[in-house]
Design a protein around this ligand. Structure first.
Ligand SMILES: [Zn+2]
Length: 94
């Protein structure tokens, strides 16, 4: 699956809320501010574990990069935090 083309995404504002400054830049090129860095963490940990399928508290996520990107860019905070919990359990089990 090809990596997303992020060339047209400005790197100096958060790709979620448009705030400055940017705290972290994902390997794909998505910039995140401090208030949105939980989304950055979901991408980082997902990549680290090769995009595992997740289920937590009524939320589910397919095990592929595209599904992670959709959640990180378009998902609600509630969804992102729930899936981070699922990844936390996965890390504890590793
Ligand atoms: Zn933000």
């Amino acid at each position: 699956m090809p990596a997303p083309d992020t060339r047209r995404i400005p790197k100096d504002v958060c790709c979620i809320c448009g705030e400055q400054p940017v705290k972290c830049l994902d390997e794909f090129g998505y910039p995140f501010c401090a208030g949105c860095d939980h989304r950055y963490h979901l991408l980082q940990i997902g990549r680290q574990y090769s995009w595992p399928a997740l289920r937590y508290d009524g939320y589910a996520l397919d095990g592929d990069m595209q599904a992670y990107l959709l959640t990180v860019i378009c998902g609600t905070d509630e969804r992102v935090f729930a899936l981070l919990e699922a990844l936390g359990e996965l890390e504890e089990a590793a």
